[in-house]
Design a protein around this ligand. Structure first.
Ligand code: PLP
Length: 374
């Protein structure tokens, strides 16, 4: 059996090893410490956000964003339906009601026309949502010119799940700096990983301060244990921030590599019948976290391609199953034109890890070409 090729494994070098050990050797193992602060500052520099709070996961960041947006039981919160389940779970953590919104074809991101339709309808009915959560799915920013205008017009808080989008841009702005609050994830499968982690980003100093407080059990800065709210144990440890600093120092290289992997797939598979890659929208740069394509009237189905790759010990995955097709969220209201459904039915994510060698990528391409040519 050939050596296994993974979808998006961590991309670690001596730089990460050194910065992890630097944090260890400094004695600041946990909980907080100077590397955590430095990691947060680096996130601000990269994204353009003014404040960053490093956390234990992207899910924790999204949960705190919901709380800071004031989401309470029975509130409505809009969310992109094409996403990983964590985006919608945090709405339920708050007892609120998700309203799912379909993607548009040109970017795969939330469709602003459907968002406008939902806001107009709910404004008339007097049931506007407490927040709109837009997901920058597969490392591409949504159409924020349109989405921000709508959120401003209806005075609804915009939260961005930029978990997959570190390094992507919208115009001159970095993913994670858009919206009232944004979440990043440093889970093991993401572009940049701390093995597990996340961050909440915002330009609002008050929100950052309260999020930091809630993330540390809402513990007051006094000697005796004093708590003024129901808090959480959500903070990132200083050690993992050390690892993250090593990854962030290589972000440009990591992204150049992911984009090169995408370019090669596009060059070698893009001409085959029925193959379409996720389009890059004109408003920004996609980080190409994963190379995703759809097979529409191609020589094989998405499932067929995934199976053939798997038979050669290559990990490929379908595009996210839309949330309205999840057993737990199937009864949610959804504004749907069938775009995310179609992406799910025809989509494949190809191995995109930065440490994939040329030879390994050739193996993926050979299997894919064989499927797609006969
Ligand atoms: C990875 C991911 C998350 C969750 O991040 P964790 O760090 O694993 O909690 C949330 N939303 C999206 C879209 C993701 O891809």
């Amino acid at each position: 059996m050939s050596e296994r090729i993974y979808l998006s494994p961590p991309d670690m070098t001596q730089a990460e090893r050194n910065s992890l050990l630097a944090a260890f050797d400094s004695g600041w193992v946990a909980p907080v410490g100077p590397h955590l602060t430095e990691f947060e500052q680096a996130l601000c520099r990269i994204t353009g956000a003014e404040h960053a709070v490093a956390l234990a996961s992207g899910t924790a960041a999204l949960h705190l964003a919901m709380l800071e947006a004031g989401v309470e039981p029975d509130d409505r919160v809009y969310c992109s339906t094409l996403t990983f389940v964590a985006s919608v779970n945090v709405i339920r953590y708050c007892g609120a009601v998700p309203v799912l919104i379909d993607s548009e074809t040109r970017s795969w991101q939330m469709d602003p026309e459907l968002l406008a339709e939902a806001l107009t309808r709910d404004a008339a009915a007097g049931c506007l949502p407490k927040a709109v959560q837009v997901v920058d799915v597969y490392g591409q920013c949504a159409d924020y010119a349109a989405i921000e205008r709508l959120c401003d017009e209806y005075d609804v808080t915009l939260i961005v799940d930029a978990s997959e989008a570190l390094g992507a841009t919208h115009g001159k702005r970095g993913a994670g700096s858009i919206g009232k609050m944004a979440a990043l994830s440093f889970n093991g499968n993401k572009l940049v990983t701390t093995s597990g982690g996340g961050a909440l980003l915002t330009n609002d100093a008050g929100i950052a301060e309260r999020a930091r407080h809630l993330a540390t059990q809402a513990r007051e800065p006094v000697l005796e244990f004093l708590h003024d709210a129901v808090g959480y144990n959500y903070r990132m440890s200083n050690l993992l921030a050390g690892l993250g600093l090593g990854q962030l120092s290589r972000l440009d290289d990591i992204m150049v590599r992911r984009r090169a992997i995408y370019e090669r797939y596009a060059a070698e598979l893009g001409e085959l019948q029925g193959v379409c890659f996720m389009p890059e929208a004109p408003w920004g740069r996609c980080n190409r976290w994963l190379t995703c394509l759809t097979l529409d009237d191609a020589r094989c189905t998405a499932g067929g391609l995934i199976e053939s790759l798997s038979a050669d010990n290559i990990e490929a995955r379908p595009v996210w199953r839309p949330m309205h097709r999840q057993p737990i969220y199937a009864d949610c209201e959804v504004l749907n034109r069938g775009v995310a459904d179609r992406l799910y039915e025809t989509g494949v994510c190809l191995p995109s890890g930065g440490c994939m060698t040329e030879e390994q990528q050739s193996r993926v391409i050979d299997v894919a070409r064989k499927c797609l040519k006969d």
